[in-house]
Design a protein around this ligand. Sequence first.
Ligand code: NAP
Length: 434
Amino acid sequence: MRHVAIVGSGPAGYYTAEALQKADDIAIDVIDRLPVPYGLIRTGVAPDHQSIKAVSRRYEGVALTDNVRFVGHVAVGDDIGIEELTGLYDAVVLATGAPNDRPLAIPGADLPGVIGSAAFVGWYNGHPDFARLAPPLDAAGVAVIGNGNVALDVARILAKTPAEFGGSDIVAHARDALAGGNVRHIHILGRRGPHQIAMTPKELGELGHLERASPRVDPGDLPDEGDDAMLEPGMRKSVTHLRNFASNLVAKPVTIDFDFFAMPVAIEGREENGGRVQRVIVEKTALDADLRSHGTGEHYAIEAGLVISCIGYQTPPIPGVPYEHGRGRFANDDGRILPGLYCVGWARRGPTGTIGTNKPDGARIAELILEDVPRGTGKTGRSGLDRLLDSRGVTPVTFRDWRRIEAAEVQAAIEGAPREKFVSIEAMIEAIGR
Ligand code: NAP
């Protein structure tokens, strides 16, 4: 028997389990610190993108097979150490994603009202770590920093009406707070130009169909139309959306301005308001021959009572595991970290690509493990884990338990919604009757 532990039950974890489970004589434990599975699918993918979230059914199929087990509510690094895991299993795969925000290193980034996208996205998706965030939605102006798909998700969620959340699984606290909010002017800040965005066409196109909000692009920021021919087809479609936003101005109560060539250089607060953020100071940029942005010395201010930084993510380091600080991921050679220790997904390659990118990534790690790990090493795998956890008074949440949590969430759903999520670990555990 070969024993494999996968740490993290998101897309990278389950695609790895899916690829590994085809081997004979293998037992796979998928360990997660939350009592609920699916990682980014549950707490990262936008609640109004249910078709993307539907991939969790595929992971459920993997989880329900005999050689795969879900071990929920077990925190690696806390309930059990990495070295203990590598002692118990033939291979340990870190599929821990990249849940931390890349820091916004400008003065004022720590003011009240400046939030990273991990926290904001976690808040509207009901991640227990961020349920109490309470973003200041009384602000009329919001600055969203970054030109990737997360910035688009954040702007769209801020702009939607309650009716537009129909059919989504946005959690009650976010639904209510957004409905009672006052957001009127959203600025999406990109330090480079329309040809350098990291936004995909479907996601960008959605901004053009919002009930009460309209996207605006300054035609002066757009390159010559002929230059679009150099772009790959997806990017060309995205830029066509930006051109349409520039030429079809529709007056709606909420505006979403694309500020291109706009580099935030400082964030200022209002003293009489507890230092809460009031404006973002932006420096206009120009691009050099390598398409890098440089400040021009020209500045302007954007009034904003809420700033959400969507500039990418990092994998948190784990003591004893080699780490590449510059890139915010584990140091690895094609997924191999140390003998018996691997990484996959965002923890391996950084926060890029779509959910589907994790499928070949998982398949590759499975291939390496099957190549590296001989059969019959005598490690104890899951029975050893169970003994150790039991000795520490840790009772894992099983997949069967999760399905009880899920059933309770489905039962609690408001009309038209797929579920109403529990947003605290205590409520999840209570739902399984402990
Ligand atoms: P991303 O695609 O890497 O975009 C990050 C953005 O932040 C870039 O525009 C980058 O600009 C900008 N940025 C970085 N550092 C900055 C700084 N110091 N100041 C100002 N701007 C800065 O990251 P993401 O939006 O977090 O998305 C992560 C991954 O998840 C991506 O692969 C994305 O496609 C995927 N995702 C997909 C979906 C979907 O398919 N629906 C939804 C959400 C996320 P530069 O280019 O100038 O560095």
